[in-house]
Write a protein that binds this ligand. Structure first.
Ligand code: NDP
Length: 333
């Protein structure tokens, strides 16, 4: 028997998720059949979109089912391959989520180049990285010399948005939830300005940081941040609506920004997007971000939590802002 531990959804969270909403379960994964792989996970991703999947609501991704594993991004090493294209020791990415061992058809795994930090494939070189790139350039159409405001700026997506905008000659303002994060953004990542949204009203802090207004708002947060951004956007400004994390734990829908009428007078464009619709950008994303990472023009940071048993705590911590950069769960060093 080959046993593995995995995390199941035990109950649908009401408001903020709590540890009892999750179960750590031991299962027999069996042997891979012809055409399948057995993979030992090295690192797993916890991502904000997983909160939406915990509700029993139809969305662009189906809801998680109670009593089943939480699937999502992970990277691992092939232990046994019964598929021609893979060998023992290959580093692979997959979407089978929060488990120590994964067995499945080879088509569900993607081989990637060995990396001294495989977790980079779950962050700056992976889904959150492409989200930043696609949202900033494809959706918001950011141009050289423009001023960009990004919320959730010290997270996986936001920290790359700001750095990409700087690389393209922009002026960047970020908001984040602590003085430590604000310092990281301005002192380490080169943001032109940043503020702690918990320290005062967002609108006033944004006006002070960008007195001449902003051309682009990259929205990771929604709520008060979106209202403030609408107030500071210049005519013909664009908003990439990437996420609304301030609302993910709400049980009831919240009222929208009170100043939506500004969209008309300022001729603003707000566009939601889902990263998987932009997969065609992957080659150009890697061409731009790969070399910038290698020579230090782009930096990335991770908050690492060790052990599968701590995956629920890592996820709960992510929603509370306990991460700087990408939050990952490490299963092996
Ligand atoms: P992050 O690494 O940014 O982690 C989440 C962060 O959200 C926390 O660190 C916390 O930082 C912040 N946060 C939590 N609650 C609030 C709140 N009430 N108000 C303001 N900030 C809050 O996660 P990701 O980079 O992975 O994701 C960022 C956003 O992008 C999310 O909204 C996510 O859903 C979205 N997303 C969208 C995709 C798409 O295809 N559209 C794909 C991937 C992500 P702080 O301390 O600053 O509060």
């Amino acid at each position: 028997m080959t046993t593995s531990r995995e995390v199941h959804l035990a109950a649908r969270p009401k408001g903020e998720p709590k540890p009892s909403d999750f179960d750590l379960v031991e299962v027999d994964v069996g042997e891979p059949a012809e055409g399948e792989l057995l993979v030992r996970n090295v690192v797993m991703s916890v991502d904000p979109y997983m909160r939406g999947r915990m509700n029993d609501v139809k969305s662009y991704v189906p809801p998680f089912q109670l009593g089943t594993v939480l699937d999502g991004g992970a990277a691992g090493e092939v232990v046994t391959s019964r598929a021609e294209e893979f060998e023992t020791g290959d580093l692979v990415l997959h979407g089978l989520g929060w488990r120590e061992l994964a067995v499945g058809p080879a088509k569900g795994f993607r081989k990637v180049a060995p990396h001294d930090r495989p977790s980079a494939y779950l962050g700056v070189l992976g889904m959150p990285g492409l989200t930043a790139y696609a949202g900033l350039f494809d959706v918001a159409g950011m141009k050289e010399g423009e001023t960009v405001f990004v919320s959730g700026a010290a997270g996986a997506v936001g920290s790359l948005v700001g750095q990409l905008a700087k690389l393209r000659g922009g002026t960047v303002i970020g908001s984040a939830g602590s003085a430590e994060k604000v310092r990281w953004l301005t002192e380490e990542l080169g943001f032109d300005a940043a503020f702690d949204y918990r320290a005062g009203p967002v609108a006033a802090q944004l006006r002070a940081a960008a007195p001449d207004g902003v051309h682009v708002y990259f929205d990771n947060v929604g709520g008060e941040h979106l209202e403030a951004a609408l107030g500071s956007l210049l005519p013909f400004g664009r908003v990439a609506c990437c996420g609304m994390i301030s609302q993910y734990n709400n049980s009831e829908p919240q009222p929208g920004p009170r100043n939506l009428a500004l969209i008309v007078g300022k001729r603003l464009r707000l566009q939601g997007f889902i990263v998987s619709d932009h997969n065609a950008l992957l080659p150009e994303f890697h061409r731009e971000v790969g070399p910038a990472l290698a020579d230090g023009r782009i930096r990335f940071h991770e908050t690492v939590v060790d052990g599968i048993e701590n995956a629920p705590a890592a996820f709960i911590g992510l929603l509370r802002g306990e991460n700087i950069g990408k939050m990952v769960v490490r299963l092996a060093s």
